[in-house]
Design a protein around this ligand. Structure first.
Ligand code: ATP
Length: 504
């Protein structure tokens, strides 16, 4: 764990040092759980959004985009249930005066038991070597079975308490599990209370209760209230989807872990409208397709896992998370939810406008059912960034820091480097830079020795360094150095653009 903590600190420090992420309002000592994306961060973030948009909107002829406003009519949040139920159960430790989410304390407790199971499995794997049958071990080893039974029983009790919003029961569970405050180490807890996560603000010049607006805590409602607009103006036929990328705001109680849990963040959501009765097939379809989207980045499959919800929200009939192995363990990266006809029905009820679809094949009207895929841009950023950061010890014993980002997401695709700052090399390098600039982000760098410049590009994830040397002036070729293998190749300037495009 200490190692993981150290590594996570490195991730945060690296993000700042190289201009990916800065604490918000830093010269005023920062604003908790709010961050700014720097010059490289904004490029990586935009590339992530573009990758999502391309694969969800551009590659699906039955999915279209939307950009709805952050401010929306206040009744929307009544209809959606957020005013009454978008709460987190919070609990304070009286000794440390620290505040926690009761559900997170219990989740962390379960995660610790899960860790014990994994340790048993790893120990056995080492002991048995090649002959190890993991499935058999998990289903027969007594210690593993005991741990698992413990996890199941906590989960069951926890799910039923959350379903009943039984706050006293939650506190009792925390006491029964002997959960202590990580700061004070004591069990001196307050009662559990509900805390609404929406930020409220006022609109216009008249101040009374009816003017209270909320900053949207999710982008999805902007999609639901535009369902008919899009369906009619786009002549969309079911099944079809509406996708949106945008900011969301939540007054998170426990906002630690860097950009994993922010108070202002960005979501990429898609609501897919289907015939009632077909929703579970579509749920399975999107569950699979979304995992493939992640895997296409080239990050190993064992960094991801599904977590099917044991506790379903009142409007859902199936839900799963795609979890990622963050430096602090497996945590939710994306949610896929079968939301039934809850949202459209509620908005019909609250607005008085019928939000239905006439299915010409069936010859009938109905309220469509909805499958939602919802992923955080910032969490995706953190997943990719932390997974990509590594230190390598080279043959000569020196250490290089590499940010092995997937090439298509890297802020700069290439760096153009004149070997020395004289003899016409900078001029030639500028020519190469300008040739490439129209097609990709390129950086020009002539400062310091070439080895240091390579290291700088390694650290920001640039997949290719293009070096212009004295031979270039004679033979019209440059040296292309690959970030991951550090191998170098001679490539003619005339074919350089195509060479790089093929590899990006
Ligand atoms: P959690 O249980 O971690 O609070 P959630 O279940 O409330 O997350 P959803 O409401 O399903 O999250 O939101 C969809 C996605 O939005 C999440 O999978 C996550 O990637 C992202 N997200 C949610 N809350 C935050 C936040 N505070 N900061 C950054 N990303 C977030």
């Amino acid at each position: 764990m200490a190692n993981q903590d150290d590594f996570f600190k490195k991730v945060v420090a690296h993000a700042k040092e190289y201009g990916f992420i800065f604490p918000s309002s830093e010269i005023y000592d920062g604003l908790a759980a709010v961050y700014d994306y720097g010059q490289l961060g904004v490029e990586l973030k935009n590339n992530i959004k573009q990758y999502w948009w391309r694969s969800m909107v551009q590659m699906h002829e039955n999915i279209v985009g939307l950009d709805s406003a952050i401010f929306m009519h206040p009744r929307i949040w009544k209809a959606s249930g957020h005013v009454d139920a978008f709460n987190d159960p919070l609990i304070d430790n009286k000794d440390s005066k620290k505040r926690y989410r009761a559900d997170v304390l219990i989740d962390d407790h379960i995660a610790k038991i899960e860790e014990k199971v994994e340790k048993e499995v790893e120990k056995a794997r080492k002991r048995f070597g090649e002959a190890f049958d993991e499935a058999q071990f998990r289903s027969t080893n007594q210690r593993v079975l005991d741990h698992q039974a413990q996890i199941d029983s906590i989960r069951e009790r926890y799910a039923s308490l959350m379903n009943d919003s039984d706050l006293a029961g939650l506190k009792q569970l925390i006491l029964d599990l002997g959960i202590v405050c990580p700061i004070s180490g004591t069990r001196n807890w307050t009662d559990v209370r509900q805390f609404n996560l929406m930020f409220a603000t006022k609109m216009g010049s008249v101040i009374d209760d009816s003017d209270t607006l909320y900053l949207r805590p999710e982008t999805a409602q902007g999609i639901f209230v535009n369902f008919l607009n899009v369906q009619k103006s786009g002549r969309m036929k079911i099944p079809f989807g509406i996708a949106q990328i945008g900011k969301a705001f939540r007054n998170e109680i426990v906002a630690r872990q860097f950009i994993f849990r922010m108070r202002e963040f960005e979501q990429m959501e898609m609501q897919f409208f289907v015939r009632p009765g077909t929703e579970l097939d579509w749920f399975r379809h999107w569950k699979e397709e979304r995992l493939q989207w992640h895997l296409a980045l080239g990050i190993p499959a064992d960094c991801y896992r599904y977590h099917d919800h044991e506790k379903l929200a009142h409007y859902a009939n199936a839900a799963t998370d795609i979890e990622f192995r963050f430096p602090f363990g497996f945590k939710e990266l994306e949610g896929i939810h079968s939301r039934t006809d809850f949202d459209l029905s509620r908005h019909s009820e609250f607005s008085g406008k019928k939000l239905q679809y006439f299915d010409s094949e069936l010859g009938e009207s109905y309220t469509p059912y909805v499958i939602e895929t919802s992923i955080g841009v910032d969490r995706t950023f953190l997943a990719i960034f932390s997974h990509s950061l590594r230190e390598e010890t080279l043959e000569d014993g020196s250490v290089r820091t590499v940010l092995g980002l997937p090439a298509m997401l890297a802020p700069y695709k290439a760096a153009v480097l004149p070997l020395v700052k004289k003899d016409g090399l900078p001029e030639k390098a500028r020519e190469v830079q300008h040739m490439l600039m129209r097609d990709m982000m390129v950086q020009y760098d002539e400062k310091d020795a070439i080895g240091r410049r390579y290291r700088r590009q390694d650290a920001i994830g640039t997949p290719f360094c293009v070096t212009v040397d004295s031979d270039t002036l004679a033979d019209g070729a440059v040296t292309v150095r690959h970030r991951d293998s550090m191998q170098q190749e001679r490539v003619a300037v005339d074919s350089l653009r195509q060479y790089l495009m093929e590899r990006l």
